[in-house]
Design a protein around this ligand. Sequence first.
Ligand code: FES
Length: 105
Amino acid sequence: MNKDELQFHLVARADEIAPGSGQTIEVNGKQLALFNVAGQFYAIGNLCPHRGAALSDGFLSGNKVFCPWHCFDFDLQTGASDQVPSLSVPTYETKREGDDIFVRC
Ligand code: FES
């Protein structure tokens, strides 16, 4: 799909995801992980490209999530892994309007 065709979808209310935590969401048939980092929301692909763990269950540190199974890191803004540069996850644009969180997908 052309990136220009992607649309914002309402996926959550801000108070549903506590700061420092993540949640699995479904958007357009895709499973994403949505994180709240000190009030800033980030969306990435939920499945770890290593062995398929749910990254929404991972551990946040700064702007990174660490996979709950083998602790590979993924940058929430770029999707890149510093530990394993050959692995990455897709990232998705987010926006907040009041208490509503939208993801472009
Ligand atoms: S499944 Fe994520 S690091 Fe292994």
